[in-house]
Design a protein around this ligand. Structure first.
Ligand SMILES: [Zn+2]
Length: 156
């Protein structure tokens, strides 16, 4: 299941609408191992195509350097389909290289309907997952709080 905040979903959909009829792409970064999509990072579709997306290799290099420096990973990898449903194409499956990521697809084929779906893509296998959109992500549990016995004792 993907838990994602409303403002991040809105930002992804807005990016997809803006780039329509070309596909839009980007990631949402979060602390490594957290499964928390916190930082919206729109990318440029270097292919500038209505049927295909690819990150520019230089942009990708800079992105991964930045993520490393921040201790982050791509929690969500998103892109849009502009004429078809929000389901991974065979090409999307072939290029899916982040088994730990949520692959979020937005379809902009209908101007009035936001179609947002999420998948895990591992070893060429596509599994759709539930998307839970929340007003805000719950606060991250801090290691200090977990270690503190007084705090622990008050938890039910
Ligand atoms: Zn696609």
């Amino acid at each position: 299941m993907l838990i994602i905040s409303q403002d991040v979903v809105d930002a992804i959909v807005a990016h997809a609408r803006r780039d329509h009829p070309d596909e839009a792409c980007g990631i949402v970064a979060g602390p490594e191992g957290s499964d928390r999509p916190e930082r919206f990072v729109p990318m440029i579709n270097a292919a500038m195509s209505p049927t295909f997306y690819e990150f520019d290799s230089g942009d990708l290099l800079r992105l991964y350097r930045d993520l490393d420096a921040r201790g982050e990973e791509p929690v969500v990898v998103y892109h849009s389909h502009t004429a078809t449903e929000a389901y991974p194409s065979r090409t999307d499956v072939t290029y899916a290289s982040e088994p730990g990521a949520h692959y979020l697809l937005v379809s902009t084929r209908d101007a009035d309907v936001d179609e947002v779906r999420s998948y895990r893509i591992v070893d060429g296998q596509v599994a759709e997952e539930e998307v839970r959109v929340v007003a805000a992500l719950s606060p991250a549990s801090s290691p200090d709080e977990l270690k503190s016995p007084s705090r622990g004792a008050t938890q039910s």
